[in-house]
Design a protein around this ligand. Sequence first.
Ligand code: LLP
Length: 404
Amino acid sequence: MKYINNKFTIEKISVETVAKKFKTPAYCYSYSKLKENVENFKKNFKSFAPLICFAIKSNSNINLIKEIKKFGLGADVVSKGELMAAIKAGINPKKIVFSGVGKTNDEINYAIDKKILLINAESISEIKEIEKIAKRKNKRIQIGIRLNPNIDAKTLSQISTGKKENKFGVNNKTFFEIIKYCKYSKYIDLKCLSVHIGSQILDHKPYEKTLKIIEKILEKTNHNFEFIDLGGGMGISYSDKSKKLSYVKYNIAIKKFLKRNKLKVIFEPGRSIVGNIGFLVSKITYIKKSEKKNFIILDAAMNDLMRPALYGAVHKILPSIKKSKNSKKPCEFVGPICESTDKFTLIKNFQELNEKDLIVICDVGAYGMSLSSNYNIRPKPVEILIKGSKIKVIKKRQMYKDLI
Ligand code: LLP
């Protein structure tokens, strides 16, 4: 995106045009940014050609998944719904991995019937459940075990998953017990060791540490794994001042690991593929002046974009038309919902704004629409994909009749 003649433009479409055609709030995605992200991701790790399984939870729009599939990516799913979406989008089941701590009998049945690459199990009970179903179907099922490496990913506590107090994965002791158990199972084929230590990680060191821990564990077992699934978690820059994850250093650490351990690598990136491709266009309904700040009341709310309310996440907000005059007071961008957490961010020096102006909330491609809800019976926004000067509606705005 850039400003062309002072107008915020995504590829070749100004957000003014988007708002005129589709109303607001509207989620807009840039196709060329998506392509660039996928190509960069592949390039960063090209020496060992990993299987890249896009984490569907970050953006579950079927039409967007279809585009991602065209780049050859597989999928990481965490529910039957996500698995159905990945298959509907045409992703080859042999490129699908199923993660999650609580897969139900119905979900495991479905995953087995669809012949996906791996079910990444997270407990002994789950493995026994998979085994029971596999026995009934008389099939041998490929699984992974998710290890909890007890690593601090140095990210927000709400999205950290690799510490021992988190519910995810199994500890070393259980890991070895599971290897032993699987050795004698006719129906379980233990193929993969998986980890996912958290999300929005900007420091390569927790990844390095995790690889070291895995290496030590592999040394202690003579089980022949075929895959190592390193999960996702690669962070993006939500602000201009943000630190950047060093893919170079992460790549070096993995290559070093692979020299001693001949394994195929799987990644499960979500945010790093779609985070910065998305923009939420919103219109200012009212401006309410108070003593110390102006409340900029938007037509987008926490139900459309949960991240600020849920994690205190800060997304950059930009005006749709650049003006040189600054607002005299700080601007707090808020939604109309009756909750004090329904606010996006407070900006000290923003340009002067008027009611009915448009603003753009940036980097909402991951965990934006996929985390949205109908709280307050608010219909979900339209989603559009912009490719050069072409606009495609990839999901229609919900209508009141869908909800009431
Ligand atoms: N694999 C597993 C097993 C995961 O649990 C996740 C994310 C991913 C892959 C993808 O992680 P990514 O590459 O997108 O960081 N709603 C939060 C993020 C929650 C992440 C949950 N798991 C947010 O808005 O920041």
